[in-house]
Each structure stands twice: as C-alpha cells, then as structure tokens.
Design a protein around this ligand. Structure first.
Ligand code: DGJ
Length: 731
C-alpha cells in the first residue's frame, strides 16, 4: 500500500484520500461535492453508507431532471446560501446587485505532491523526509464568475486532513465575501457528543462535553484574538469515547483571530460541523482578479480515544507546525522576573538575580514588564521600547555582559501590539491606534491596540524590535498581548473595506512575526496573552512555546494543563514554579506538587530567588539538576492523561518513552477524601508484553496487570499531595 494516496474513480466519481491511518471520501453528484466518509482507513469504498434519495416535502430540487436530489438532505463539503440547503452555509458571497452567488458547479480537480500553503497565513509545513499530497477541487458560479477551490491535504503517517478554501473573483465586478469558512462536514447524528473549551484569564482550557441537541450550537470569538473564552477547537465523539478508547473527530483552526465553530443538528438528524473565520464583523471586498484564502483547518481522527487524538496533534505540531529549528530543541530553564519584581525592576536587582540564578542552575533569566519608557505600572509607555535609564543606567549592556560572564542567557518581555495613551509614541502617532470616528476608544489595562492593518505600523514594530535585538543580543523574547480589541477600525480603511479590519489585523500580525522570526531564527519566542489568551496553532507556527496561564497555582494548573494537553505537546506549554502562598489563589501547594506540575510541561521558575532560605535554595538546586537529567525524556516522551480533574476528582498523567521501557506517572490528589482507602489506576499505555519495576517502592508489576487490573494508589492526608511512580522495564 502507498504511504499516502489520492485517487479519483472516474466512473463512480469518488475521491478517496487515504494513508495508513485514515480515509476521507467524497462523491461528485449533480456537479456538487458530497461528503461520504471520514474515519479509519478503508482499502475500498463501495458506497455502503449512502442513503437512497427520498422525497422530502419542502425540499428544493437542485436539478429538474433529478427532482429527488436536494441540497437540503445531501451531506456536503461546503454550502452556499439560498440553494435549498437551510443549514448554516460555509461560503457566502454577495454581488454588486445584492444577490448572493451560489450555483457553484464542479469544474475539475488537481492533485499535487505538495502541501497547499496559504499565503500570509500560518500553516502545516512540508517535511523533506515525509510525503504529502493535496487535492484541489475547483467550482465555478457561471453567473458571477466567482471560483471556489477546496483544498484537502494529507501527509504521511498522521491521521490528519488539512482543509482550506480559496475564493477567486474571475468576474469584472467587485463582490463581498460575507462568510468564508475553512471546513464543513455533514454526517448523520448518532448520539455523538461535542467537546469544546471554555475559560477565562487564569482559568484557561476548561473542558466542556455535552449532548448535541437539535438546533445550532456555536462557540467563537469576536475579541480579535482566539481567546481563552472559546479557543478554536471542537471534537465530536461517541458517548462511550473515553481518554483511552473510542472514536473522536477533532477540528482545530490554524488562526489566532476571530473564529467560529458551529455545530448543527437539523430536523433529519443530520449533523453539520463548520469552522472558520467568524462571519460576525467580517466582510471582505474582492476586486476582479483578486483571491481570498481562508486559514487552514486541521481535522484529526482517532479511534483510540482522546489520548489518541492528542498524540496526533502533538506529533503533527511538533513535526510540522512549530518553527522547525525549535521543535525538537532542548529549551532553557528560565527564571522570569514578573512574580519576583512585578514592575519594580532595576539593573542592580537583575545583576543579583543573574548571578544567583546562574549559581542555582538556571539557564535563562527573563526581564519581564517594567524595563522600558517610564513604566512603573500598567499606565504608561507601551510603544516606547527604549530602556529606562533610571532603572538601567547602562541600558542592557551591563546585564548582558553579566549574563555572559555567568554563563547564562538573557531574554526580555515585549508587548508590541499595544500603545499607552501616556507614551511618546502616542504624541507622534495619534492615528496609529484603533479608533472609530467620533468615539473615544475604550481602554483595557490602560492601553490601546495599534492598528496593525497599517503598513507603517507593521514596519515600526519590525524595525523597533530588529534594532533592539541588533543592539542587545538577547536569546529570548516573551511576546505578550494583554487586552482584547474594541473600536475595531483603521482610519485608513475605506468605507466598503471596514469589514476586513479584524482579518487584516491578523495578516499584519502574522507578517510582523514572519519577518522577525525569519530574521532572528535563534531567538526563542514565547507566546503570551495574559497567559493562554491566544494559545492557538496560529501563534504556534511562529513561537514554539506559550505561557499557558497567569495562574501559577499548581492545583489550578493541573486542570489548565490537562486541557491544553488535548492539543499541545508538553514542549509547547510553559509552566513555572512560583512562591507560596500563591499570588493568584493564596493556596499553599507543597513544593513537590508544584515541581511535578511544572516538570510535566516546559518548566521554569517565577519567584524571588534573592530571598530564599538556604534549604529552599538547596531544594531548587536539587530539583533543577534532577530535571536536567530528565528533561529530554519528559519533553519528547509520549504524554497520556490517565485521570481527569474535571470528571474523576483526582488528576493523573504519564510520560512514557516510545519503546515503552520507562514511564513516569504523576498522580495528584486534589482533595483528601476521608472515605477513600485507595484509588485504582489503570495504565493502558505500557507494553502488555513487558514487566515493570516501580523505582521508589521496588514493586514488580506485569504490563498486563498495569493495563487491565490497575494498581492501587494509597491516599495521602494533607493538602494537594502528588504521588510519583517511576516504572522501569524489568528484563
Ligand atoms: C501578562 C503576562 O501573562 C504576565 O506573565 C506578565 O508578563 C504580565 N503580562 C506583564 O505585564
């Protein structure tokens, strides 16, 4: 069997896209494209799951010669309004006469041995060693001469289909795109359930699993960022699907702005899932000869439960999304100044921090907010990216020299998309921020958002940061974004292009990131938006790691990281050990638990190392030297969730090497239960042919026992303890 294949059966008019893990099948009928199958690989498809056409009252016939064929009942791959399909459309284009276009007739298809790369947008990357293919299916509306191309890419050894759409104006008049989703899938409702995330600042990635009712359920963002409220992800699974088994169909958008996922169950129990740029606040004017490209949507299939889905996301993102030079690169253990100093940073303090950090064993010191302009609180200076010489009389030169002498790297915080009303930048460029004529723009965290649709503003950010980096050879940048968008308007967008603002903002941001990350490939960029406020695959294309949450409380972090791990590998999720009582929650979580939670992610610290007792210093030194030994195993092992803080009470996860010879299991007791004697933990991811010894207790288990019988975890009294099991293969 070929590693990947895209076949077209001329006689049956069937497209079959497949690799060793999945098949995706579509049929051309009446010049439209119907969805037939998506799931486990099929060697051959006979059309077994097609329903016979039935007469439905009120159904509009698409073709008078074939009156039973109606788009109302057919499972489609895209849908335009006013064509008899009353479900939510995925593509909607308006002509100058006010009519929407819709008779999109099939024209031809092309198959290439490459991935389709959407211009100006983050995307899944080509890999030299692994094959990829793309099917592009072309449709045309003959009246308006508007063309639609649907792209389907498949790659070797991944259960993924990468979809996007392109709309091309081949006519001689402008049109307006009101909706351009990246994907749409129709299937039958068979009691599937829907999983999405919800959340907020300091409480990201809450898992929401629900029954799918009749009607439309949708999540999305109109905040100008993918948001912690509803990140761009949805999964459809069977009621019996668990972390470890059952089917999952997952969707994620490679996009960081306004998005929407819509799930519709209609009167015939048809289920439609569509995803793309949020049509709210979106209207794109397309001039003759112009084209519009949607972001890519990732479609992942797993028949090994939610952990199976996550394995696919982790592998795909590590191999083909994150910047290639960083994806498998060991990350420095950093110490961040935020919870240590907040805005009260200075040269002397940072020199002391660098020296102490180097002695303890840190590898990178990050100077967070407060180092520039006159920034002593959140009320000023965003946009004025010059070092505050009252706090740092020698600029950063002394600090960089000190870092070099102490054998440690140095990094810095920026919030480049923002402007403070109280800044020098504002005095010279009062037309550079978002504003709506006649209205005073709303402040959030005392700041306004720069209008990244303007080329001049994009260039200002690129030049300012490049010059800074050339002057100060830093190793790391934390790219923050601490508010959502209001007053979404550019003074320079014409009236009939106002609806393009949000997407143009994203294109501007992606352009800036592309320029900077290409110019400085050796700088490690960390994504942040008040924590995980814009933790999405779009940002992941430029920045291999994200500050997952401003909430550093290790109990809360268990749930946050549990949710984030649905999509992102541990290398992408940064987690810091902070002081107790915790600054966000006041909780006193023991050091062992704080260390276990942070170590099962991309680990760093964020506490005052200048005020440590000698015991605390010793503790941290020991932790760092142990972590350094384990880092590669933890980073590149396979991560599996075992017990959910959302549904099981306690939380447990494990990391295991690919050969299944060694596993570390973290079992977090979230609340001591006086009636619980012990918990039985099944570990389905060890090798049932192997035997294991647990390092700390020297207990011996067969793989089979661990998988089927489970092991008893004795409960421990006290607040928020962790039990760590290390299983090593016994030969
Ligand atoms: C929000 C970030 O999430 C924090 O870590 C810190 O960098 C602050 N911004 C600084 O203003």
């Amino acid at each position: 069997m070929q590693k990947i294949s895209i076949l077209y059966d001329d006689e049956k008019q069937i497209f079959h896209i497949s690799n060793n893990k999945i098949s995706y099948i579509m049929e051309l009928k009446e010049n439209t494209l119907l969805h037939r199958y998506w799931g486990h690989t099929l060697q051959y498809y006979t059309g077994c799951n097609c329903t016979e056409p039935v007469k439905r009252t009120f159904a509009a016939s698409y073709n008078q010669q074939n009156p039973l064929f109606s788009l109302e009942i057919e499972p489609q791959e895209f849908s335009c309004p006013h064509q008899g399909d009353y479900r939510e459309p995925s593509i909607s284009v308006r002509q100058q006469n006010g009519c929407t276009i819709g008779r999109m007739k099939y024209q031809y298809y092309e198959i290439t041995d490459t991935l389709h790369i959407p211009e100006g947008l983050p995307h899944i990357r080509e890999m030299k060693q692994k094959a990829a293919k793309t099917l592009a299916i072309h449709f045309l509306d003959m009246v308006s001469n508007i063309k639609l191309i649907l792209y389907y890419s498949i790659v070797e050894d991944s259960a993924v289909i990468i979809r996007s759409a392109q709309i091309i104006n081949q006519g001689n008049q402008s049109v307006w795109i009101d909706r351009a989703f990246s994907t749409l899938i129709d299937t039958n409702y068979q009691k599937q359930q829907l999983i999405t995330f919800y959340g907020t600042h300091q409480k990201e990635f809450r898992i929401n699993r629900q029954e799918i009712q009749h009607g439309i359920f949708s999540i999305g963002s109109t905040r100008g960022a993918s948001s912690p409220q509803y990140p761009p992800f949805a999964a459809i699974c069977m009621p019996e699907t668990t972390e470890h088994s059952g089917e999952v169909y997952a969707f994620q958008l490679i996009y960081s702005g306004n998005h929407c996922v819509s799930v519709e169950r209609n009167q015939y129990n048809h289920l439609r899932v569509a995803m793309g740029i949020n049509p709210e606040d979106f209207c794109w004017k397309l001039l003759p000869n112009e084209s519009f490209q949607t972001p890519q949507a990732i479609l992942i299939y797993s028949n090994m439960g939610l952990n199976g889905m996550s394995q696919e996301f982790h592998k795909l993102y590590t191999e083909r999304l994150f910047p290639t030079q960083w994806a498998k690169q060991k990350r420095p253990i950093l110490l961040n100044s935020w919870e240590m100093c907040y805005f009260d940073v200075s040269e002397q303090k940072m020199i002391d921090v660098i020296k102490q950090a180097a002695k303890i064993g840190f590898e990178l010191v990050v100077l967070d907010d407060g180092w520039f302009g006159h920034r002593n609180n959140s009320k000023s200076s965003l946009g004025d990216w010059t070092v505050n010489t009252e706090k740092f009389p020698n600029g950063l030169t002394t600090l960089l020299k000190c870092a070099e002498e102490n054998g440690i790297q140095f990094g810095i915080w920026f919030e480049p998309e923002m402007i403070s009303p109280n800044s020098i930048l504002m005095k010279s460029h009062s037309d550079w921020y978002m504003q709506m004529d006649g209205y005073t723009p709303l402040l959030s965290r005392n700041q306004l958002v720069l209008d990244l649709t303007q080329k001049e503003v994009q260039n200002y950010i690129i030049e300012t940061l490049s010059n800074f980096i050339k002057q100060y050879p830093i190793s790391y940048i934390k790219w923050d974004m601490n508010r959502h968008i209001t007053d979404p308007n550019s003074l320079y967008l014409s009236q009939d292009s106002k609806g393009e603002f949000f997407h143009r903002y994203m294109l501007g941001l992606y352009h800036i990131l592309q320029e900077l990350t290409t110019q400085f490939p050796n700088i490690l960029f960390e994504n942040c938006s008040s924590g995980g406020g814009r933790f999405d695959a779009g940002m992941g294309f430029f920045m291999p790691q994200t500050w997952c949450s401003d909430n550093t409380d290790a109990l809360d972090r268990q749930a946050i990281q549990y949710g984030a791990s649905y999509l992102f590998p541990l290398s992408a999720i940064t987690a810091h050990i902070s002081a107790v009582p915790n600054h966000q929650t006041g909780r006193n979580v023991p050091f062992a638990t704080r260390a276990a939670v942070a170590s099962s992610a991309n680990m760093g610290y964020e506490l005052n190392i200048l005020e440590l007792s000698s015991e605390e210093k010793e503790l941290i030194m020991t932790h760092l030297s142990e972590y350094k030994k384990e880092r590669e195993f933890l980073f590149y092992g396979e991560f599996y969730r075992l017990c959910s803080p959302f549904t099981d009470g306690n939380c447990a996860w494990m990391i295991i090497d690919q050969e299944k010879t060694r596993a570390i299991i973290y079992y977090f007791i979230r609340e001591y239960d006086v009636s619980a004697l012990s918990y039985i933990l099944k570990i389905p991811y060890v090798d049932c042919q192997k035997n294991y010894v647990e390092k700390n207790t020297n207990r011996y288990f067969t793989g089979e026992e661990l998988i089927y019988a489970g092991i008893a975890i004795n409960t421990i009294k006290g607040d928020f303890p962790v039990i760590i099991l290390e299983l090593n293969e016994k030969k």
